[in-house]
Design a binder for this molecule. Structure first.
Ligand code: FAD
Length: 292
């Protein structure tokens, strides 16, 4: 049986020292909901692990704060803490909605936002709204802090650019404008405990003339990296939102998904589902009636 040490650093400084000391042979443990599954599924993944660093109690990593229209969330904030935060409920409701759909109460009580980003699963629920809000991560190492766009941080399914001596300190984004419409919709295999089969975050800002001025459409579980589908967004820019337009935009997202992933065994299911979820998300974000 493979053995490794377990250390609970008492401070961020100690954690950074340990990351330096173990030179890539340490794994961070926040809520453990992904890490334990990973370890159980594949013993080989433990081969190079000498120590697990439990950061779940580091209070500096749990702070959620609102400062001049920017909300910052510490990486070890749990989903339960996020969905109970009044600032987030007010200023980033579609992100809160996504976090509310994660797993079960037990998963939300221990799972953290930093752990979700660290795993970089294409099926993450918080991922699409975070990408739609152009979120920025703060990464910390003994060399200091650096900021990186979430969309540049994840470079493939389960792949990020984090260095072995770094940890995710926090994630930040601007508060949503009151005139913006937004929506998060998800289709899970089962109601509870389902890793998202497919989801979509949509953000639409309209001008006084009723036309769309800023559009962001981010499907989840559709592409290896959670990204904005700009070709679909452009179809809406400068136009008045309508059921027919949203239907066409949904089809464009499906087309782009197949262009990126190729045709797979799941394509006959995913193609109509993602088109329909995009249409529904855009209708909700813009107040267009669902039945046209
Ligand atoms: C039964 C079940 C149901 C689930 N349902 C959903 C769902 O519906 N939707 C969904 O999106 N997810 C779901 N998940 C996935 C999981 O709960 C989330 O990805 C969760 O947020 C992971 O957070 P964690 O704190 O448990 O991460 P951990 O397991 O502690 O860590 C995950 C990874 O991130 C790294 N890491 C952790 N913290 C940091 C940090 N601060 N800096 C750098 N790296 C870090 C770890 O080393 C590890 O590689 C489910 C999981 C389970 C087991």
């Amino acid at each position: 049986m493979i053995r490794f040490d377990y250390i609970k650093p008492a401070s961020l400084e100690e954690c950074q020292e340990l990351l330096n000391h173990y030179q890539g042979k340490a794994r961070l443990f926040a809520g453990g909901t992904d890490l334990m599954v990973e370890f159980r599924a594949d013993d080989k993944k433990l081969k190079d692990v000498e120590v697990v660093l439990d950061i779940s109690n580091l209070s500096e990593l749990k702070i959620i704060k609102l400062d001049e229209e920017v909300i910052s969330i510490g990486s070890c904030a749990t989903f339960t803490e996020i969905i109970g935060n009044q600032g987030l409920i007010k200023y980033a409701p579609f992100f809160v909605e996504a976090c509310r759909t994660v797993g079960s109460p037990q998963i939300r009580n221990t799972g953290t936002i930093g752990g979700s980003i660290g795993t970089a699963s294409p099926a993450s629920d918080p991922g699409p709204p975070l990408v739609a809000m152009n979120s920025i991560l703060t990464l910390l190492s003994s060399a200091g802090e650096r900021e990186v766009l979430l969309s540049d941080f994840i470079v493939g399914a389960y792949k990020t650019i984090i260095k072995s001596n770094e940890l995710i300190k926090s994630i930040k984004f601007k508060t949503l404008k009151p005139e913006a419409g937004f929506s998060f919709v998800k289709l899970g295999r089962r109601k509870a405990l389902a890793i998202a089969r497919m989801n979509v975050a949509a953000y639409v800002e309209t001008g006084e003339d009723g036309t769309a001025k800023d559009v962001r459409i981010v499907p989840g579980s559709a592409t290896p990296i959670t990204i904005r589908i700009t070709e679909a967004e452009n179809m809406l820019l400068g136009k008045t939102p309508s059921y027919e337009l949203h239907e066409a935009v949904g089809k464009k997202v499906s087309e782009k998904m197949i262009e990126i992933t190729g045709t797979r065994w799941s394509t006959p299911y995913k193609e109509p589902v993602i088109a329909s979820l995009v249409k529904r998300a855009l209708n909700q974000a813009t107040g267009v009636k669902e039945n046209g």
